[in-house]
Design a protein around this ligand. Structure first.
Ligand code: FEO
Length: 389
């Protein structure tokens, strides 16, 4: 794709990675992604903001073919999907300075072997003049690495945010508008990448909101031409509010745990509680992460394998713990053959979840009437707790 004009002096550059299906060899990308870079031409100097993933370097270099000079390369974030082509850009423009936060300097040297003497660090609030355009740098640590910052271009009212507000989405649309498809992708991105840093993001959100921008230009996904669309979404996601929602990630080997789960789903629904169940052998973990953004309660359903929970439960529970969602309550249900340590082992996996445990319902073999009654009591407890939300 050729560079695209977003302001008189600002161009989108970068690459749309339509076919990528996995990020960090971990995160599913059902809709691909993009690596957005931006070229800002002032009357005296030119700056390139971020680069692209190393796999897409030839695309960026082709876009720069007719750009005679770049004086500054701004690295908002040292992760390689944005910094990976910086060495090639610095080689093409031997006079260019690489601009980043003090924390990013060491990372760029370590991860990319950039020469330290090519790097200029900038403090929070510092500006660089391009002539009739100004780059104002705002430190926004932990979105989602410690070195991250954003750049404000006051003359054009554009905020360049790199990962912050991004979405893993491949599209030919330059702008997001108020597209619910973008909202879903941005929520998935927040859930998988940003949610562990929710408290820090609350502060960074307040900090950037004071800037007078009309466009938010992230380095993944489309540009927000209606910034409130994503700002309001982020305010809700990072808030301390939870919704009347129970998540049930579970697995079943011979049907007993599934029977328990299905009974609980019905029991909760009858009490006016929304439920999402996730059968973990077929679940897109991104969908589970999205649900974790708002849910008040998690109920883990597991059979017992060699006295402990099923391995897929280990994996999903580890994920939920790592993402540090707002969950307030938890419960464990499941079945076992002759003995179990599933509850003790699951409890040890979730130290980051500050949840009140509402109970456990474990049955030996096939569920009996008393097990269903115990599930109904658990649903009553959940209803009582959710009435306080
Ligand atoms: Fe898109 Fe944290 O890199």
């Amino acid at each position: 794709m050729q560079p695209r004009q977003i302001r008189d002096r600002v161009q989108w550059m970068g690459a749309v990675d339509w076919n990528r299906r996995l990020f960090d060899s971990l995160i599913p990308l059902p809709d691909g992604t993009s690596y957005n870079a931006y070229l800002v031409r002032g009357s005296k100097k030119t700056a390139l903001l971020d680069s692209v993933d190393p796999t897409m370097e030839p695309i960026l270099m082709a876009q720069l073919a007719n750009v005679p000079d770049v004086h500054y390369v701004v690295s908002h974030h040292a992760e390689q999907d944005h910094s990976g082509a910086i060495p090639a850009v610095l080689q093409k423009y031997p006079g260019a300075q690489l601009v980043c936060t003090p924390k990013a300097k060491e990372m760029l040297v370590d991860h990319l072997h950039v020469q330290a003497d090519r790097i200029r660090t900038v403090d929070d609030g510092e500006t660089i003049s391009l002539g009739d355009r100004t780059l104002q740098f705002v430190h926004t640590p932990w979105v989602h690495w410690p070195e991250t910052m954003v750049t404000f271009l006051p003359e054009d009212k554009v905020l360049f945010t790199c990962d912050f507000f991004g979405s893993h989405l491949s599209t030919s649309d330059l702008y997001a508008g108020e597209n619910p498809y973008v909202w879903e992708a941005a929520k998935r991105y927040y859930a998988e990448i940003m949610m562990p840093f929710r408290k820090t993001i609350q502060n960074n959100l307040k900090k950037v909101q004071n800037l007078a921008f009309d466009l938010i230009a992230p380095s993944h996904g489309p540009i927000y031409d209606k910034p409130n669309f994503i700002l309001e979404a982020y305010k809700e996601w990072v808030s301390d509010r939870v919704s009347n929602l129970v998540l049930i990630p579970y697995i079943s080997m011979h049907g007993s745990t599934e029977t328990l789960v299905n009974h609980l789903v019905g029991s909760l629904a009858e009490r006016g509680i929304k439920v999402q169940k996730f059968e973990l052998s077929v679940t897109d973990l991104g969908k589970l992460a999205i649900a974790l953004v708002d849910a008040a309660t998690i109920v883990i359903g597991t059979p017992t394998v060699h006295l402990g929970p099923h391995p897929l439960i280990f994996s999903a529970t580890h994920l939920a713990n790592a993402l540090r969602p707002k969950l307030r309550h938890a419960a464990i249900i499941g079945s076992y053959g002759w003995g179990t340590k599933a509850v003790e082992q699951i409890s040890g996996l979730i130290p980051n979840l500050k949840v009140e445990v509402l109970g456990t319902v474990l049955c030996k073999g096939l569920p009996r009437a008393e097990d269903f009654a115990a599930l109904d009591s658990l649903a009553d407890k959940i209803k009582e707790k959710h009435s306080e939300i």
